[in-house]
Ligand binder design. Structure first.
Ligand code: S0N
Length: 274
């Protein structure tokens, strides 16, 4: 799939691309010969790029994709799966994709999955944890865990069930069937389906709409959607944003200033809202 927009490389990696265009960061798995299956290194690179995108004030939204137009991601690379996880050059087995899933969920900027071709196994879970998914007509979705001796009992099960319902999520995992883009749209698994040649421009158009919105409102909404599902960790995320907002207020600054000026704080002028 040839991209039409002038994406600029932010940093060179071995197994991913990390680029930006007009406030949009793009993290794309670059192993098309393996349908973009991930190794520990792929995930480590994605994780670093995700953190760089989080810290970069010029990036307001992140697109996750796979190179080649035939696959978004086909999950963990089975050829490097060892005992206890996927094995990289250091010979240590890792399941570091779980940390990446948490990063996607916690980053206070919307993450949009741009899915062409296969989103299977751990690759399917990656699109599930993204805030939004835009699918090309050639996209195919599914889990394979019980076929290949694997499962994702975290977001891959519970969050999937929140999206498509318990019965459908169990069907997806127990039968390991594959679903086309229209099936996925029908079950609420993706937000929009477009012809492959319109995938990039539609994704960019959605991102640009998002970028016009209040970043703080988006940040609060993302943590609010998470809070309902993520228990104490979700409340911690939402509360962190409440603290951020409070720190911006004169009322909070009065507390800090009084401490530094070694005087009693005067909170009397701040409203006691009904
Ligand atoms: C995607 C499928 C259905 C596409 O079939 P198609 O079109 O016939 O293409 P193929 O010829 O099969 O593939 C083309 C080339 O790509 C290689 N390849 C594809 N997928 C993988 C893969 N996942 N690992 C390694 N190689 C892959 C093919 O081998 C082929 O190469 P050549 O031409 O050289 O033979 C089909 O490809 C398919 O079914 N793929 C496997 C999908 C799969 O089972 N993925 C793994 C599922 N499990 C996970 O992802 C683990 C999840 C996870 O990471 C996790 C999360 C939470 C807790 C634990 C874990 C954990 O790690 O276990």
């Amino acid at each position: 799939m040839q991209l039409k927009y002038p994406w600029q490389t932010i940093k060179e990696y071995k197994e991913i691309l990390f680029q930006q265009y007009n406030g949009i960061g793009r993290i794309s798995i670059n192993r098309p010969e393996k349908h973009n299956a991930f190794t520990p290194l792929t995930v480590q690179e994605m994780s670093e790029a995700m953190e760089l995108a989080r810290q970069n004030p010029e990036i307001g939204v992140i697109v996750l994709s796979g190179e080649g137009g035939r696959a978004f991601c086909s999950g963990g690379d089975q050829s490097v799966r060892g005992h206890g996880g996927y094995v990289g050059e250091d010979t240590v087995p890792r399941l570091n994709v779980l940390d990446l899933q948490m990063q996607i969920r916690r980053i206070p900027k919307p993450v949009v999955a741009m899915v062409a071709g296969w989103a299977i196994g751990g690759g399917h879970v990656l699109h599930v944890v993204c805030d939004l998914t835009i699918a090309a007509e050639n996209a195919r979705f599914g889990q394979t865990g019980p076929n290949v001796g694997s499962f994702d009992g975290g977001f891959g099960a519970s969050y999937l069930a929140r999206i498509v319902g318990q019965k459908k999520a169990r069907e997806i995992w127990y039968l390991c069937d594959q679903y086309d883009a229209q099936d996925a749209l029908q079950m609420g698994l993706v937000n929009k389906v477009v012809p492959l040649e319109q995938l990039e421009e539609t994704t960019v158009a959605w991102c640009q709409k998002i970028l016009e919105k209040s970043p703080m409102a988006l940040r609060m909404l993302k943590s609010a959607f998470n809070a309902e599902l993520d228990g104490q960790a979700g409340i911690q995320e939402l509360a962190g944003n409440a603290t951020l907002l409070y720190y911006l207020s004169d009322e909070a600054k009065e507390g800090k200033n009084a401490f530094l000026e070694k005087r009693k704080p005067d909170f009397s002028k701040y409203p006691k809202f009904p």
